[in-house]
Write a protein that binds this ligand. Structure first.
Ligand SMILES: Nc1nc2c(c(=O)[nH]1)N[C@@H](CNc1ccc(C(=O)N[C@@H](CCC(=O)N[C@@H](CCC(=O)N[C@@H](CCC(=O)O)C(=O)O)C(=O)O)C(=O)O)cc1)CN2
Ligand SMILES: [Zn+2]
Length: 759
């Protein structure tokens, strides 16, 4: 009798109707109090557990639910609150917790950055010489709650110390091993309290094991867990990895924990090779990550079944736990509400809940593989056959697009300067202005057919006009139309391109309460008519100052969409690039000759393993260049990036050959500038001078210091002044106030420079 079990690694927090998001935002807006907030959150938390129980999952994750982010939860559970938040001792209050995430008037927020290669952002822990201390055993509370309220013996999910510290900042690299050691006592306490409460299996996430870590680091890792396991021999730990294959399989499986979880989708080849080569210990369980946890396509369960069978040559079925490859945080909750999708596309999809159904089916068929049950695994093939009739055909024409501008940057930039004659340190913004409730409401009504096209367009136009006036009054040099017509920078373009489909409710958490609804690329991408011309031209008609055209780049559209697994991403990127080039040329033709092509997701798409970097960067850069090279030399191409550590890809950024890049800096407090110090960036560059993720209005001194720091390493002629990113998530009042300070800071820096020159 086979007895494979099923497990889940994490469930989406946001709820079927984004009720989690709405509750958070009501609490922040003080429309509900803390008690109502906690009551509602508990309701959602339990509902998610109950759903997983109903779906027959054997190991249900608990402790993965969060009020904001699981890395922030871990930091606050260990009392690792940066000094500026004035936390003294004991459990971290809700207001301090949210202040760390979002900043308050007294203290700037903690840095936020991408979670591995996903569009989820975590809050970066700051160590600051502080010893970790277990100030609150959060997973224990979750465990007891699930047991008491639902009679579920949950599987606590915790972030492991190695990954936690790797993702943290505020310590020197040489101190890593020492600091890591200081986590042994707190993890020991955390785990023993869980064991005492009756936890049978604990999932300790160590995704950092898939990164290129050294042998020495792996040694440190092994010793760390040996010590923890010695301290708490009565806990069954499953060390969980995801997103890629592990770097040191042989050492990993020797660690005396109960189980190891591996990804058999994204790291399939290397992980299975390792198992075949080195075997798998008989006394351990293998977490078989077999259902793609970060894409939305129906799984090929026949293929999954074959993989499980293949694995059973090395790992008996009784030691296999079937699971998604990663937490389901990265996919929408369920397909139920998707009534608007083309039935052929819908039939090929599986969101979070449907993935759990797939898992259950796979488990049951594996345990009882009769002819008729095996046939049930065939759905994928049927759906994709139908989808393929709508045809993905790899086209090669795009390879013929030019990828090089005819003049080098120096020469172009001079021509461009003559054309616009902008002041030194020109000021600009990144594209979007506040998406107020009114704009969103109007769009909502328009989509439902309650508002006519004319009324909706008039509404958008009046917002554009209002903000052109505001920008002129603020005396900003290069203006933008404000992106009011866009729901999201990727979804908007996807809706206008062929080859994309849209869900109604396929939301995924991006950071905090902010969600995105990634479009679905199911077929060939192409463009029929201009996408941004009307709004841009309207904005330009209202002012003599240049208005930047505003597009999302090919790599970002690709990385922030759900793309079919069976089409080469590179080809899809080229197809998008070709469509975007058409748009760039329409703008240029109509007289919009400063055009920004945003690539905030360029860094995020970077493979986790170094050996795969070049292949990706080569086609990513090529796609960007395809969309931006075939323009006049006097047309100024801007690009923009945010939320990342750019050090690693600085050469590729240069290769984009954009005339001006605006880059986020302020949450990382100008650390980014060091990348530009060592790698002299020789094209136009705007380093963000204030954080746009916080409602806080920074002082002129703060902005001035960022500008001065930048000017100490960058030639003034190349430097632009702008916020970190678009302002769509901000309120109007704080936006105007912050921009006012920004323009002031730029002007005084400009005066300083002119004085220096004339002295
Ligand atoms: N795709 C993507 N990824 C990104 C970014 C980005 O901009 N896009 N930026 C970075 C940071 N991430 C971000 C992600 C989301 C948002 C954001 O503002 N999200 C909005 C939703 C934006 C949106 O699509 N809005 C739609 C739908 C809005 C909506 O909820 N409508 C209501 C009804 C409207 C009402 O009555 O108020 C409803 O459907 O219930 C629209 O404007 O049309 C949110 O969560 O609130 C911001 C930054 C990195 N990754
Ligand atoms: Zn940005």
């Amino acid at each position: 009798m086979k007895t494979v079990k099923s497990s889940n690694l994490g469930y989406p927090r946001i709820g079927e109707n984004r009720e989690w998001k709405k509750t958070l935002e009501s609490f922040w807006a003080s429309t509900i109090n803390e008690e109502t907030f906690s009551t509602r959150m508990k309701k959602y938390r339990l509902h998610h557990l109950q759903k997983q129980k109903n779906k027959g999952i054997d190991y249900i994750p608990i402790g993965d639910f969060s009020y904001y982010d699981h890395v922030l939860d871990t930091a606050s559970m260990f009392g690792l609150v940066p000094k500026r938040f004035a936390h003294t001792s004991g459990p971290v209050s809700l207001s301090t917790y949210f202040a760390m995430a979002r900043g308050n008037q007294a203290a700037h927020a903690c840095e936020m950055t991408k979670w591995f290669d996903t569009n989820y952002h975590y809050i970066v822990p700051e160590i600051e010489n502080k010893e970790p201390e277990l100030v609150e055993n959060k997973p224990l509370h979750a465990f007891l709650e699930a047991k008491k309220e639902l009679n579920i013996i949950g599987k606590p999910v915790i972030l492991g110390p190695f990954t936690f510290l790797k993702l943290a900042k505020g310590y020197k690299k040489e101190e890593f091993a020492n600091i890591l050691n200081s986590f042994v006592p707190v993890y020991t306490q955390l785990l023993s309290e869980l064991a005492d409460a009756g936890a049978k299996l604990v999932q300790v996430d160590e995704p950092y094991l898939v990164m290129d870590i050294t042998k020495e680091e792996m040694e440190i890792f092994s010793n760390l867990y040996r010590e923890i396991v010695t301290n708490v021999p009565n806990v069954n730990i499953i060390l969980q990895t995801y997103f890629e294959s592990v770097s040191h399989y042989e050492q990993l499986v020797q660690i005396p924990v109960k189980g190891i979880g591996l990804d058999f989708v994204y790291g399939y080849k290397e992980n299975i090779d390792a198992i075949e080569r080195f075997g798998f210990p008989e006394d351990k369980v293998l977490g078989v990550g077999i259902i793609d946890g970060r894409n939305i396509w129906r799984s090929n369960l026949l293929e999954s079944h074959q993989i499980i069978n293949k694995l059973s040559n090395h790992v008996p079925f009784k030691n296999q736990i079937l699971q998604p490859t990663s937490s389901l945080l990265h996919v929408p909750v369920c397909l139920e509400q998707e009534t608007g999708l083309d039935p052929i596309v819908k039939d090929a999809l599986a969101f979070g809940d449907e993935k759990l159904d797939e898992l259950r089916l796979l488990r049951d068929v594996t345990n009882d593989p009769t002819q008729s049950s095996l046939e049930l695994l065939n759905r994928h093939q049927q759906s994709f056959e139908k989808l393929n009739e709508s045809n993905w055909r790899v086209r090669k024409e795009t390879a013929g697009l030019p990828t090089k501008r005819t003049k080098e940057f120096q020469e172009r930039y001079q021509l461009q300067n003559q054309k616009w004659n902008l002041p030194l340190l020109p000021t600009t913004t990144i594209g979007s202005f506040p998406q107020t409730k009114e704009v969103r409401k109007a769009r909502f009504k328009w989509r439902k057919g309650e508002l006519s096209n004319d009324t909706y367009e008039a509404n958008i136009k009046s917002m554009i006009a209002r903000w052109i006036r505001i920008q002129e009054e603020l005396d900003i040099d290069v203006l933008v139309h404000g992106e009011f017509e866009r729901n999201d920078m990727v979804e908007f373009f996807g809706e206008k391109l062929n080859g994309f489909a849209f869900s109604k409710n396929g939301w995924v958490q991006s950071y905090g309460s902010r969600c995105v609804k990634p479009p679905i690329i199911f077929g060939n991408v192409s463009l029929d008519k201009p996408m941004t011309l009307n709004e841009t031209l309207y904005a330009q008609s209202l002012t003599d100052r240049p208005v930047k055209g505003m597009l999302t780049g090919p790599v970002t559209i690709l990385n922030w969409s759900f793309v079919r697994n069976d089409i080469p991403h590179q080809e899809a990127a080229y197809q998008i690039a070709e469509a975007l080039l058409k748009e760039v040329q329409s703008l240029e033709h109509a007289g919009i000759t400063m055009i920004q092509v945003d690539e905030p997701a360029l860094r995020e798409g970077l493979p986790l393993k170094k050996e795969k970097h070049n292949t990706y960067l080569n086609w990513a850069v090529e796609a960007f260049r395809m969309s931006t090279s075939d323009v006049a030399e006097t047309t100024q191409i801007h690009t923009h990036m945010c939320y990342s550590d750019f050090n690693e890809i600085i050469e590729a950024i240069k290769e984009l050959d954009a005339d001006v890049i605006s880059i986020e800096t302020s949450r990382s407090h100008a650390e980014i500038i060091s990348a530009f110090e060592t790698n002299i960036y020789d094209k136009g560059i705007g380093l963000g001078v204030y954080d746009i993720h916080s409602p806080r209005v920074p002082s002129e001194e703060e902005m001035t210091s960022t500008i001065e720091r930048a000017l100490s390493v960058l030639p003034a002629e190349l430097f632009w002044v702008n916020p970190d990113c678009g302002l769509k998530t901000r309120g109007e009042k704080e936006t105007v106030a912050a921009l006012e300070v920004m323009v002031k800071a730029a002007k005084s820096a400009r005066n300083q420079l002119t004085k220096q020159v004339t002295q």
